[in-house]
Design a protein around this ligand. Sequence first.
Ligand code: EPU
Length: 344
Amino acid sequence: MKIEENVSLAAHSTMRLGGNARYLADVNNQQELQELIAWAKPYNLPVIMIGRGSNIIWRDEGFNGLVLVNKIMGKALLAEDNHSATLKIFSGENWDKTVGWAVDKKLTGIEYMSLVPGTVGAAPVQNVGAYGGELSDSLLELEAYDNQFGAFVKLQNHECGFSYRSSRFKTTDRGRFFIISITLTLRKTDPVPPFYESLQRYLDEHGIHKYTPKTIRKAVIDIRQNKLPDPEKVANNGSFFTNPVVDTAKFEALRAKYPDIKGWPTSDGRMKIAAGWLVETAGFKGVRDEPTGMATWPAQALVLVNEHARRTTDLLEFKQKILFKVEELFDVILEQEPELLPQI
Ligand code: EPU
């Protein structure tokens, strides 16, 4: 076990901000995980496990505990029949490579989430989703270390509390479970329309009429590469706000004032508004905020990028400017999507 001391956490967030971790260690397997947790116990140190930091913003104060960087690797085909296949993937694996691996096997279910940055273990936490698909549609079960009871557990899909961009791992049981592996059930039939609007438009414009996991993956990759910054090159956490849900009366009132507002009905009879539209209409698309060093991405206002911010407080200050304007204009309070850690 190699435990480093006073490590900058900026390298462990694709927003590249934040203070130091008191201790940090890589975890390669379940045994190492148990050993590291046992090491931290006598010191009463809080322990958290992270992937590649694609959806994490660290506070400037840093983390006065032990950060475990998930490097638990491996993937296998567990079972298959004529209709479906069951795959097990360990949580340190790269998410997009996993999608590519499933697509190469001609399996359908996660191709919509191609090129989403991060690890497999992070995917259930925010119930990762894109272009009309989300992880909870394909996840059978997952294995996790329950830090509250000190034991490895299996959680079935219905026990994960999944909803739009959320799960129990992000809400009621934040920090309690360290995800070890996920098991997916994917179909052997090709994806079928209706597809997400912008995806269908892309397919039509490119004359793609044969819908396979491979053609959909290729289309999603192309759309994303044109619209979203690559976190390897530009510091960002993807969508910074979730799409807010309002009741129909409120949506209609907004539509009367802003006829081009973008929104979709939800399954519970309310309306989800495109946060990107709200941020853009509030005047924040492609805006560079010199005092904070933050900006919004020119091709997608929902993505905040760190151009030369030095502290997380700079980012939070810029976020506040957007929140204030959006609330003032639309009376809607946007919610941050990436996790601010440590929680206080
Ligand atoms: N829009 C604007 N201005 C903008 C951005 C978007 O008017 O600057 C409008 C678009 O014209 C469109 C609508 O908003 O009518 C929705 O935009 P888009 O399809 O780009 O999707 P999104 O709602 O902005 C969500 C996810 C993304 C995911 C895409 C595609 C959330 C918070 N974001 O974005 O997820 O890739 O749909 O499915 O749900 C992420 O979570 O990090 C992420 C990138």
